[in-house]
Write a protein that binds this ligand. Structure first.
Ligand code: SAM
Length: 311
């Protein structure tokens, strides 16, 4: 393991040790300080191959992702309650400390979607919308003003909080729907959505996430778009990673790895209409492949059309 990766692992491990000893993951100065330190440590986008980690580091990473997921859920629930206490909650949505990150992430996801869809979708699903469904709210408010959003969450409390945020808004209350279910139990209706968004925290490891992806592949309509969140570089310590080869039933259209404070990578893929020999097929044989980026976004970041040289 090169020096840069080694020192990163040491830093992340030290922060993990402190986080794992916290009494509670509810928002507090101490929790916020540690997770801010963790995120800042994981900003570098130096390529990291998680398959090369030792078992000890793999185990630490898996536990850390779970702790991050719990803390993110508690943070979103905390702010959803606070924002929901106002008469017009959506007018106070920017109280969420990472609202500007969601504005950027949603802008990027919309840009990538627009580059791969000939027209705006009428009906989309967001899987893992949570108590503070910011992506759906931002997309519906600023980018997709005629689209209906069907938000799925396994947690009825999360949906109840989310519903409270939009119920007083004359527009979004008619375009945002919330369904309480494990997405693994949702099948036929999935073929009605032209686009399915998959949240980063649905499936807390590659096995769980690929099970969800395979379920979506089985039930989405041919030609429908799957937009999912992954992680790249040091951010692999915060979220599970999905590689193009994990999307065998899809044609991977573009991959985006942010280099700024937007943490998630974005993958846009289209459900294959028929068994095609696709660009991302066969990548499972060798993990060491390069995705060459074309700097086509004026964000100074990389959006990577899939030109993959298999090594
Ligand atoms: C806390 S939100 C965070 C959303 C975050 N912004 C992201 O991109 O992941 C993640 C939500 O996914 C939900 N979730 C996890 N697994 C799920 C599943 N199998 N089906 C439906 N919802 C699920 C959780 O209940 C949680 O509310």
């Amino acid at each position: 393991m090169e020096y840069e990766q080694e020192s990163l692992v040491v830093k992340v491990s030290e922060i993990y040790e402190k986080i794992s000893k916290l009494e509670s993951l509810n928002p507090s100065n101490q929790v916020n300080f540690l997770f801010t330190q963790l995120v800042l440590s994981c900003i570098p986008t130096c390529p990291i191959d998680v398959t090369k980690f030792s078992n000890r580091v793999k185990e630490m990473r898996s536990k850390l992702i779970t702790l991050c997921g719990k803390a993110e859920g508690l943070l979103e629930s905390h702010y959803s309650s606070l924002i929901g206490s106002y008469e017009n909650p959506l007018k106070h949505i920017s109280l969420f400390p990472y609202y500007s990150n969601y504005l950027k992430l949603s802008q990027l996801e919309f840009t990538m979607l627009s580059q791969n869809c000939s027209q705006l979708p009428n009906k989309v699903a967001f899987v893992g919308s949570g108590p503070l469904p910011l992506t759906s709210i931002v997309l519906a408010s600023y980018h997709m003003k005629t689209t209906t959003f069907h938000n799925y969450d396994i947690d009825s409390m999360a949906n109840s909080q989310a519903c409270d945020l939009v119920s007083s808004d004359s527009d979004l209350s008619k375009r945002m729907f919330f369904h309480t279910s494990d997405i693994m139990n949702v099948s036929d209706v999935l073929k009605e959505y032209q686009v399915v968004f998959l949240a980063a925290l649905v499936g807390m490891n590659k096995e769980e996430k690929t099970r969800v992806i395979d379920h979506l592949a089985k039930n989405m309509a041919p030609g429908a778009i799957l937009l999912l969140r992954s992680a790249h570089g040091a951010r692999v310590f915060l979220y599970p990673v999905i590689d193009p080869c994990d999307l065998q039933e899809f044609e991977v259209l573009s991959v985006f790895h942010p280099t700024d404070d937007v943490i998630n990578s974005i993958i846009v893929a289209r459900k294959k209409s028929m068994p095609l020999i696709s660009l991302n097929q066969g990548l499972c044989s060798s993990k060491c492949y390069e995705i060459h980026g074309l700097n086509t976004l004026n964000h100074g970041n990389l959006i990577e059309e899939l030109t993959i040289d298999e090594k």
